[in-house]
Design a protein around this ligand. Sequence first.
Ligand code: ZN
Ligand code: ZN
Length: 378
Amino acid sequence: MSEGIYEKLREIRHYLHQHPEISENEFETTAFIKKHLKDLGIEPLAYPLKTGVIAEIGSGQPIIALRADIDALPIIEKTGLAYASKNGAMHACGHDFHQTSLLGAAQILKEREAEIKGTVRFIFQPAEENFQGAYQVIEAGGIEGVSAIIGYHNNPHLKPGQIGLRSGAIMAGVEQFEVTVAGISAHAARPDLGVDTVLAITTMIHNLQQIVARTVSPFDSAVLSVTHIDVGTTWNVLPAKGFFEGTIRTFDPKIRLTVIDKFTKIVETTAEQFGAQVSIQWGNSPKVTYNDATLTPLIFENSKTFAQVIETLPSTGGEDFAAYQEKIPGVFAFVGSNGADNAPDWHHDDFIVKDDALPTAVNYFVENAFKLLEYYRS
Ligand SMILES: [Zn+2]
Ligand SMILES: [Zn+2]
C-alpha cells in the first residue's frame, strides 16, 4: 500500500471514529461511504437498505463478497484521543476500522480492475451490534449469486500485522433469554398464602448453573450468564411477578441445542415445583460463526504472504456474519489491532485501534478476494 493511500485511510478512519452512529441510524456514515465510493469511480448499487451500502467492481461470475460492518455503540468515549467522539456514541468495537479498510480495498481493487476476472462485491453492513444487519442485507438480496464471503473483526489481543484464523467455530453462537416468572403476592409475614416469586427466580438461576457444570462434556464448552434480575419493590411484600435475563454462548450447533433444551426443562420444572407460572423469550441472535473447512486453509495460507497468521482460539463474542455462513461458504478472521498486554477489549469506553493495523486489514480483503476469484474460476 502506498504511503498516500495509508495517510488518506488514516484520515478517513479518524473522521469516522469522530462521527459514530448506532445500529440502524448509520445515515451519515452511509452517505459518507457512498460519496467516497463515487469519488473512486465506483457506483453504489440500488439495494433496498435503510442504511449500509453495497457496491461492485468487475462483472460476471464468480462473485466474491467482502463484508465490513459500520455501526457504533451507545457508549460515552473515554479514550482521550484527539479524534475521540463527542456525540454520545462510540466506535468501541472498531467498526470504523473495518469500514475504512474496506474503502481502502475498494480503492486498490479499482486500480487493479483489469486483473479482476469475475466480480468483487463490497458489503458495508449496518446494524451488526443489534444482530439485525446481516439479515437485512440477506433480505435485500445482497448475497444473491455470491460464491463466497469473507469478513474479519479487529482483535486487540493480536498485534498489527497478525491475523488469527481457524476452521470451524471462530465466534460463539449467542442466545439471549428473558424469563418472566409469575407467583402470587403475599404479605412477607405470610409466605404460605402466596407463591414466592423471589425464591422461584433465585432457585432457577442457581439450578441453571448445573448445565455447563453437569451437562456439557469437559471436552466441549458453553457459557451461561444471568446478568439482570428484577423482582419486588419493598421489604415486606412478596411480589407477584419477576424477571431475569442473560445469555448463553456455545461453539457447536449440537451443544447449542442441548443447552437450550436443558435450560427450558430447568426453568419449567423449577417453576412447577413452586407453583409459579413461567415464560421464556429468546432473542433473535446469531448462531455460531463457523468457518468453511475448504476455504479457511486457502485463506490461511494466502494470508501468510502479507501477515503473520496464527491459529487462534474462538472468541465467546457473537457476530452476525454467521447469518451469511448459513447461506454461503464464508471465512471470518481476526486482524490484530493493538496487542498490548493491557489492551482494552471490545465495547470498553477506552477501546483503541492502532492506525498501523490498517495495511494488514486492507491486504486481507484485496489478496483474499483475488485468491477466491481464482479458486472459483478453476
Ligand atoms: Zn461489538
Ligand atoms: Zn464488532
